[in-house]
Design a protein around this ligand. Structure first.
Ligand code: SAM
Length: 269
């Protein structure tokens, strides 16, 4: 597998056949990384998420946080500003470089680590109170073995009472009823569009279009919610609380995203 920076995305003659967990290393090319913040719009995203993650972490007295899908640094920066001790990991060197730059612009210094989830503990030392894996990132793993391996690595990098906060698109709705979006969470930029161009049980190929006419893609695995919760249980996590678009389940009809707050230790509320 190569971490070398690429200039252009390339999926070959049959893009829908590309279903590999290593693919992300060549999907986040510089041109796409430069556009990522247009896609998510930091200000709008901060407004739509509010204090959700800060409140979840503070309610459980968590201080050290490992952001394993740092991307351009949105959550690392928010949490650093809120006083958490954050380490920022990602398997894309392009993303980490952009995250560090964004940190400087927000007057914080990111502790960045170049690491793939599947071998996380090779590069990450120490145990954390919390791990966050946000922005529909886990969907990049196309093989079940890789998903299980990554979750085992997350589990091992947490303290005995650590928590994992991991999110995903509502792929159940996309698979069963087709795609629609409130355009309110995650990809908040109003001049951009993010939509699937191909979907089957093993692939959701998304296209991201920008006002300058440029387009980029991501090939992702459509995780069903119950399957994802099963994987988390199998990894050894004791308690899983799932939210829909930052609300208690049932309060938000057909959410765009699910956020799972997952605890290592069993505790009665
Ligand atoms: N969390 C950010 C956000 O919400 O804006 C970024 C989300 S982006 C959809 C997914 C990120 O996960 C990318 O930065 C990508 O490099 C990273 N990623 C995907 N697969 C990975 C893996 N196996 N190991 C480490 N990072 C990975």
């Amino acid at each position: 597998m190569s971490f070398a920076p690429q200039k252009k995305q390339s999926y070959g003659a049959d893009p829908n056949s590309i279903r590999e967990s290593d693919k992300y290393t060549t999907e986040y090319v510089r041109g796409f990384v430069e556009k990522w913040d247009e896609l998510i719009d930091w200000e709008e995203r901060a407004n739509s998420e509010g204090r959700f993650f800060i409140d979840v972490l503070k309610a459980r007295q968590k201080q050290s946080v490992l952001d394993v899908a740092t991307g351009t640094g949105f959550h690392s920066v928010q949490l650093l500003k809120a006083g958490f001790d954050v380490s920022s990991a990602d398997g894309s060197a392009e993303m980490l470089a952009k995250a560090f730059e964004n940190g400087v612009a927000h007057e914080v210094v990111l502790k960045t680590v170049h690491a793939d989830w599947r071998w996380l503990n090779k590069d990450i030392h120490g145990k954390y109170d919390a791990i966050i894996c946000l922005g529909n990132s886990f969907t990049h793993l196309h093989d079940e073995d890789d998903r299980r391996r990554a979750l085992a690595e997350f589990y091992a990098a947490l303290k005995h009472d650590g928590i994992l906060i991991i999110d995903q698109r509502n792929y159940d709705t996309i698979l069963d009823h087709g795609f629609s979006s409130k355009h309110k969470y995650y990809y908040c930029g109003n001049q951009v569009s993010a939509k699937p161009v191909y979907v089957d049980d093993g692939l959701a190929r998304f296209e991201y279009s920008f006002p300058d006419g440029s387009k980029h893609n991501l090939n992702m695995f459509p995780l069903r919610k119950s399957y994802m919760r099963g994987l988390l249980r199998d990894a050894g996590f004791q308690k899983i609380h799932s939210y829909g678009d930052f609300q208690e389940e049932g309060e938000e009809k057909d959410p765009d995203f699910f956020i799972h707050v997952v605890e290592k230790e069993f505790c009665n509320e």
